[in-house]
Design a protein around this ligand. Structure first.
Ligand SMILES: *[C@@H]1O[C@H](CO)[C@@H](O)[C@H](O)[C@H]1NC(C)=O
Length: 423
């Protein structure tokens, strides 16, 4: 059974004509390199402005996308790779030179920018490496993204696990004010997806409620290149921790191991993780979500984003799919539909069947990328803000009817999650 905290009941209503202006930042995703090497503190952060009616939009053609001018200045260099906005401050993962540059990894710090500190203050994160004393070569670093949820910062961390002999993914949580490590409900300093959720079995049913891992021949092998992370409380009170990992082309929702001792159980997956043999060779792909066949094998997913539809209260997750086998990247949005393994008689991929929809993008990129819905999110007329990531085409507003607009062509921004609404 999925344990729930006291249920919170919300009423959904659509106010008439709600004019909204959003400022969306385009920090450069500079890879793992020290930002000092890739940019200077004289580069002013670029912003886009989105103006729309949050209760009526059904198409990207209802949204005005232009250059944005906040009434403050921030001089941010390249992040490694993502940033977040919280209470008037921009937090960006940075590398001041103590962490390696390694395929989108790694950060050793984050830098906090605000109108009173426009060039940023560096917060050292090297203590995160110390949480993994047995990591091979002392390799344990924040990587790609993090999220700020209430007073907690959830960081995706990549570390070299000595038992796996490869790079595994873990979540580390910090208190926002003190940056002290928060332990899981079981008293651990981190939640390792390998230690807690892995299987090395090679039959398909074994890797439905567990994540397949295999003994790699090189400690540089990534299993599975974690990128997106978020946490949220569902309308019925269930606390969820969610991640995406690139090489497994999927989002995973689990009960939050930071709020419940029996947390950390997989309750939904969406996407097409590979099914490997014992030699680490991909044989085929799972189909989690009831996606069916698309243009070919999936290759890459990024950035899990939770939202509640203002029009009908449906809870969905939005992800960026680098390739679903066709010639363009795509936004996939799926309904959250939690299942417990203990509630099922037999287990196969159909455990995670759900409703989903897709919007093809006017570009394809193998790296980075993120998306989130805006507006009332009516069935069939959803509108998304999308960052083009490694395609370096700035950000897009795009909708299910295929309409789109673009801002910041030439800029590579990891995700569209650094934003605030103008009051
Ligand atoms: C939004 O755009 C669609 C497609 O162009 C149009 O049919 C609709 O009237 C627009 N809605 C509003 C509220 O302007």
């Amino acid at each position: 059974m999925i344990s729930k905290r006291t249920a919170v009941f919300l009423t959904f209503f659509l106010p008439s004509a709600m004019g909204v202006t959003e400022m969306v930042a385009l920090p450069a995703a500079g890879g793992g390199a020290p930002p000092m090497l890739k940019s200077t503190s004289t580069s002013e952060l670029d912003w886009a402005s989105l103006t729309y009616d949050s209760s009526t939009i059904t198409s990207a053609s209802n949204v005005t996308l232009t250059s944005g001018s906040p009434d403050f200045e921030i001089y941010a260099g390249a992040f490694s790779l993502a940033g977040r906005w919280k209470d008037g401050k921009l937090y960006g993962l940075t590398n001041v030179g103590n962490a390696p540059e390694d395929g989108g990894c790694c950060a050793d710090s984050f830098t906090v920018y605000s109108s009173s500190s426009p060039s940023g203050d560096v917060v050292d994160l090297s203590f995160i490496t110390d949480l993994f004393p047995s990591a091979i070569d002392g390799y344990a670093y924040p990587t790609h993204t993090f999220d700020i949820v209430d007073d907690l910062m959830y960081l995706m961390v990549q570390y070299k696990d000595p038992a796996l002999g490869a790079k595994a993914d873990a979540i580390v949580v910090l208190e926002m004010d003190t940056y002290e490590v928060v332990q899981t409900a079981q008293g651990d300093d981190y939640f390792s997806l390998y230690e807690k959720l892995a299987t090395t079995e090679t039959d398909s049913a074994s890797s439905v409620f567990s994540i397949q891992h295999y003994a790699a021949s090189s400690s540089d092998t990534e299993e599975w290149h974690g990128n997106g992370v978020t946490a949220f409380t569902m309308q019925d009170g269930t606390d969820i921790l969610a991640i995406t990992h690139r090489s497994f082309n999927e989002a995973i929702l689990m009960t939050n191991p930071y709020t419940a001792k029996n947390g950390g159980e997989i309750v939904q997956r969406f996407g097409k993780p590979g099914l490997y043999n014992a030699m680490g060779k991909s044989q085929t792909q799972h189909d989690f979500g009831g996606i069916g066949s698309t243009g070919g094998d999936w290759n890459g997913m990024h950035n899990v984003y939770y939202s509640v539809s203002p029009s009908d209260g449906t809870e969905t997750i939005t992800v960026f799919v680098n390739s679903d086998g066709g010639s363009s990247s795509a936004v996939y949005n799926f309904d959250i539909n939690l299942v417990s393994e203990s509630d099922l008689g037999s287990v196969d991929d159909t455990a995670f069947d759900t409703e989903w929809r897709k919007v093809s993008l006017p570009f394809q990129t193998g790296s980075q990328g993120g998306a989130r819905p805006i507006g009332p999110q009516y069935d069939g007329s959803r509108v998304f803000v999308v960052a083009s990531g490694g395609a370096s085409k700035g950000i897009y507003v795009i909708s299910e009817d295929g309409e789109y607009s673009n801002y910041g062509d030439g800029e590579g921004t990891y995700d569209p999650f650094v934003f605030y609404t103008v009051e």
